[in-house]
Structures are given as structure tokens and as C-alpha cells.
Design a protein around this ligand. Sequence first.
Ligand code: ZN
Length: 376
Amino acid sequence: MGRHIWQVIILLALIVLLASATASVTRAPGSEPAFSAEDSTPARVLLLSDFATPEPLDFTAIMARDLKLQEEAAQRFWSAFFLDFSQLYECMDPNIYHRFGDVWDVFTQTEQGFARAALEAAKTVAVAYPDSDALKTDIAIDLPWRQLAGLYCVYGTRLHTFLEESLTVEIQFKGERLTSLRVTLPDFFSLAACGTANDAYHARMAYFYLNTVFADGGEYSPTLYKKPELPEDLMAELVPPLPYIRSRFVRNTWGEGRSRRTRLHMGTDIRIGQVAIFSCSDGTVLFSSYNTVSGNYVCVVDARGYEYQYMHMRELSPFVKPGDEVRAGQQIGWVGTTGNSIANHLHFSMVTPEHQYLNTYYVIRLLAQRDLWSKR
Ligand SMILES: [Zn+2]
């Protein structure tokens, strides 16, 4: 700005000089001057005040003010945000998730109610700040009923607190004007991973179960009893999970009632002594833990996104831990009878990349014919 002042001063000086020079050149003695004093006034239009330097910007002060506004707005959001999950808690026992199909609409309404409450809270915030009519509101909450139900199996009546704590509220201001408000909830798999390994495993199992057994509207899924179709190249890569499999000890128990008929069986049981369990596939260990239903279990996910579950192992796997890379045919445990089991057997389940269980009876029957040792 200082430079402008000098430019203006120089310009004014030049004009004055030029004016006097011209005047002196054109003014003949005795004649009227060609320019009156008023004629040189256009230079005065350039007011120096137009070039006044503004006060320097204090970014620290501006940032502090914006943060304060953001904090205020966030507090407003939270005080306006109200969740009512009572309908859900009244009608569902989180332990009997096979009945969730009957109340799928309660879960759907709960998810919608959650998103609606967030939107209402966002509106309340907007009203508090003037000139915010161009406010961009984005409520990114997406928990289809089977996923919400999966989380409910783990969190029960603590679900709404858990979801509230998982929400992120991003608020942006331009000056005093609120310009955008974004409310985000992490996706199901991130939410499932928030608690212990067993919580994550449980929530995922429940979701996979509901996704396999029930269609969108809560009715039985038309694909429930369909024979699975696996990619040929995948089947070519798999090895048997046990050193030998006698077909008379493998029955097709897919879909049979279990736990007093509160759930359907989602895998294949192979009766066998306490022999080694091998990973069927290359992949990464997702879980290696214990719970009262699966006993000691190991889950492996392959590069295609297929998940392999091995249950009731004699002990917690001394061979692998979560995050380990495994090769097909690598030992991951010993057969046992831990968890919900009355005799030594391997329960083997597979989950597709679309998050549905498939009937592994057909997979096991095929793998049983394979010579395990030729591949190992
Ligand atoms: Zn089983």
C-alpha cells in the first residue's frame, strides 16, 4: 500500500508540473490562461484515503474466534440431539437374534430416527446463526437394519450411547456465518471394531447371520438354501482343513436349529479326534480368541474377501495371532471341544465377500477328495 501512496504523490507532482509547464507554454502574454485552476482538479479524484493501509490481519484472533464459534455450535448440536431407542429395547432380546427378522422394521425405524434426530439438531444449530440459509447440511449415517442389529447383539441397551459417542460433528464458519455442518457415523465394520476382539467377532457373526438368513424386508432370504457357487480358481487353491476327512463323519447340517432352535447352523461340523487344523487358504488372520459359543476360534480372510472360520479348538492357537499372514496348509490349531460343543469336532464356516455365510458342506465334500499332502 505504501508504494501506492508514493505513486500517487509522484503522479500528483507530475500533473502539477505538467499543468504549470503547459500553462507556461501556452500562456501568451496578455492572453487568458488556457487552463484555469479548476481544470487541473481531476487529480484530486484520486483520494489518498482510498489507499489507506488497513490494519494488519490478526490470524490468531480470527482462528480463536472461529474455534469458539465451532465449539458453541457443537454444544448446541449435542443439546438438541436426542435419541429414543426405547422401542427397540422394549421388543428385542439381543441374545435371540433369529427373531430379529420379525422386527426388522423396528431396526429400520431406529436407524431412520437416529438420522432424523441428527438432522433436526443440525437445523437447530443453523437457526442460531444469522445468514446461514446457504448452510450445507450433510448427515452421513448409513446402518442398514441387519448391521444395526449386529451391533445391538453386542451392545444391547448401551447401543444408543455407543452410537452417540461414535458420531463426528464437523462445523465450519465463514466469518460469523455458518457454512457447513456435517454429521458422520463410521461404517459398520469400523463400529464393530471399536470394542474387544470378541465384540467385533460377535457383531460381525450376527450381521453375517442376519444377512444370510433374512432378506431386506425381514422374510427368509431366497438364497438361504441355495447350493453355493464358488469361483473355480478359488476352489482350485483351497486345501482340506484337516489331515483326513471321512465322509461318514460329515453331515449336511446347514440350517439346522441350534441353541434351543434360537438360531440356524451356519457351517459344517466334522467329527474327528484332536488332530491338527490347517488353514484352507492363503490369507490374513482376523481373529484368534475365545468365546462361550465358538470356543477357541481362528478367522482368516483371503485376498478375495472370503472369510474362513475354524471353531471349538482345543486351545487358543499357539500358531497364529491376529494380523499374521498364513499360507494354505499351514497349521493354525488343534481340534477340540471348547465352547458350545459336546465332542471333538471342527466347525468350519465360510463367509462370502458379500457378507453371507455359505453352505460349506459342499466345499468340504470336494476338499475331502483332495490329497492334502500333495499340496503341502
Ligand atoms: Zn457347528
